[in-house]
Design a protein around this ligand. Structure first.
Ligand code: 6JR
Length: 607
């Protein structure tokens, strides 16, 4: 039998053992946290490749197919990628690593950047920061620096040596000192587009993705904050006014002055918010709140896509009431990590009350799908009409452009950018008025703010998005110019056989594009004013906002009031025989989608 002392001793031992276990648990928990973090990071990377590269490749195939004579036009897919860098708020506090280098090397790096199509448009201060952050790397003869298809994380500048670039085994070029390479995967969050091998010993300078993105994002932010600070100084007199002799003045105080001239704040909002409309929308919301999925019949399919399908449905109790029901596969949303986009789409669409934006009345969900009950627009897609007609006349284009201008004016007055304008996303109602659909990339950014998500459809993406400079509502006005051009001619102005080439052509600017005779002088003038490289020079984004577009010569005599009231006759009046007539839509096969196994018990979408 153990003595008390033995027992005390054993107890001590046990306590010590427990303490050690606790310490081990702590250690393992820490490790687990780190691994979780790593998983999250890798997951983010993976998403990007899923959402960017796959559509980009499809796009390339579609486009090369599209150039063949007689081939069918295919719809273009949009892409999206969130930057990997830290939280925007934190960016200004990050200190970047600094690598000293000789003045010759600094000059060589700078010149290399200025010689590169995708990087030469960076701000000089950004180039300076990149120069400072680059660190030296060396490779021996016959080494592989970059492998096609890999996930890339470094951008290089060659100081010394020679490399060969190949794609799918085919030699593209060789590069010597003073050249940038490896920038594409970093700028566009895509996988390496080509293989780069050394032919001799090489000396390189390198910078990693995170460092690069920090520089790209923070310069824009700091500058922006400075501008905002400057503009806020409304109390400061800009000059002295001294009475040279006895003078008499009439005065008006700031508040009365603002009131009388109608200060700029909220002017745009006022037009959209009146009590009568509000009451109408509330009554409508109450009506839809009482409906169940089982209250509807499916009539026909209006569209299909990777996301799911859009069905025309009718109320069983009132068959003349039809709607477009967008049915999204939850699995697909989770797999492509679109939860955030979907939530924002719902939020923005449901609160958008404009005649130029398709209404979203309410949403439903069940174990496999999300449902969006929307206004049915039976005139068909503008994309289909453009495909069938080839191009539109000046006046036809003017009408549809005006519809988009109205939709943008509404969204922008609420601090929302749309980011995916193209004929594919415009749909005609039974009268022939165009409305914006698909708000998957729309984002509420507020006023005077920017965002850095790389997204949109390649041909419609503005240069500041390609250059990672941060963008705002002015990117929508760029795309408006592209839309005008495409409606007038049948193809967008900037278009290459693959997205990279398209981006390259976009960066060369609108002045490099030869406008066909079909585009009349006033239209060409407006397109050029919308497609200015510098976002702050674009029409729509100047001090008079969207009014500058409405008052442009191309719109001279256009009945904006009639458009808003719906009294203006549209250029193409679709034939829609009844609320269930789907003849303006292409036919789609019936839903053959195998129902996925009910395995979503562990997750759901907040919708
Ligand atoms: N093409 C790097 C140099 C080319 C070239 C054509 C292409 C793309 P990265 O190779 O950056 O890594 O710096 O992707 O990060 O003619 N390089 N000449 N790439 N891609 C790349 C560039 C450098 C590899 C080239 C390159 C294409 C063609 C079709 C998509 C589709």
């Amino acid at each position: 039998m153990g003595t008390l002392r033995d027992l005390q001793y054993a107890l001590q031992e046990k306590i010590e053992e427990l303490r050690q276990r606790d310490a081990l648990i702590d250690e393992l928990e820490l490790e687990l946290d780190q691994k979780d973090e790593l998983i999250q990071k890798l997951q983010n990377e993976l998403d990007k490749y899923r959402s960017v590269i796959r559509p980009a490749t499809q796009q390339a195939q579609q486009q090369s197919a599209g150039t063949l004579q007689g081939e069918q036009r295919t719809k273009r897919q949009a892409i999206s990628a969130e930057p990997t860098a830290f939280d925007i708020q934190d960016l200004s506090h990050v200190t970047l690593p600094f690598y000293p280098k000789s003045p010759q090397s600094k000059e060589l790096i700078k010149e290399a950047i200025l010689d590169n199509d995708f990087m030469k448009n960076l701000e000089l201060s950004q180039i300076q920061e990149i120069v400072d952050c680059m660190y030296p790397v060396e490779y021996g003869k016959d080494s592989c620096i970059i492998k096609e298809g890999d996930v890339g994380s470094l951008v290089y500048v060659m100081e010394d040596g020679k490399v060969e670039v190949t794609k799918e085994g085919v030699k593209l070029c060789t590069m010597g000192p003073g050249k940038v390479f490896g920038e594409l995967a970093i700028l566009y969050n895509c996988t390496r587009t080509a293989t780069v091998k050394t032919l001799v010993n090489v000396k390189l300078w390198a910078i990693d993705r995170q460092c690069f993105q920090t520089i790209m994002m923070r310069t824009g932010l700091i500058k922006h904050t400075e501008y905002m600070e400057f503009l806020k100084r409304e109390d400061v007199r800009t000059a002295n006014v001294i009475a040279a002799e006895a003078v008499t003045c009439l005065v008006i105080d700031r508040d009365s002055f603002k009131h009388l001239i109608g200060g700029l704040d909220d002017v745009s909002n006022k037009a959209y918010e009146d009590a009568e409309a509000k009451a109408k929308y509330e009554a409508e919301a109450a009506f839809f709140a009482n409906l169940k999925l089982s209250d509807f019949n499916i009539i026909d399919t209006l569209g299909v896509g990777g996301f799911g399908r859009v069905e025309l449905v009718q109320l069983k109790s009132e068959e003349s009431k039809t709607f477009a029901m967008k049915i999204l596969k939850k699995r697909h949303i989770v797999d492509t990590r679109q939860q955030e986009h979907i939530r924002s789409e719902k939020q923005i669409m449901q609160s958008a009350h404009s005649d130029f934006i398709v209404r979203l009345y309410r949403t439903f969900k069940d174990s496999k799908y999300l449902y969006m009950l929307m206004e049915a627009c039976l005139g068909g897609e503008l994309w289909t009409i453009l495909r069938d007609r080839g191009s539109f006349e000046d006046s036809t284009t003017r009408f549809y452009t005006a519809c988009v201008v109205e939709a943008f004016a509404y969204l922008h007055s609420k601090g929302i950018i749309y980011r995916d304008l193209k004929p594919e996303n415009l749909i005609l109602d039974h009268r022939g008025y165009a409305k914006l659909v698909d708000f998957g990339f729309a984002k509420k950014i507020g006023f005077g703010k920017k965002t850095w998500t790389f997204c949109g459809t390649p041909e419609y993406v503005a240069p500041e998005i390609i250059l990672n400079k941060g963008h705002d509502i002015s990117a929508d006005y760029w795309s408006l110019g592209i839309l005008m051009y495409e409606l007038l001619t049948g193809s967008p102005p900037f278009s290459g056989p693959d997205p990279m080439k398209t981006y390259n052509i976009i960066l060369r600017g609108i002045d490099m594009i030869e406008f066909p005779k079909k585009i009349a002088k006033n239209a060409a003038n407006l397109i050029k004013k919308l497609c200015r490289d510098n976002p702050s020079e674009r029409l729509g984004n100047l001090k008079n906002g969207v009014k500058d577009i409405q008052k442009h010569k191309w719109f001279e005599g256009f009945n904006w009031e009639g458009l808003r009231k719906g009294t203006l006759t549209p250029p193409i009046i679709p034939s829609v025989a009844s609320p269930t007539d789907t003849s303006n839509f292409d036919s789609f096969p019936e839903d053959s989608d195998e129902p996925p196994p009910d395995d979503n018990s562990g997750w759901d979408i907040d919708f």
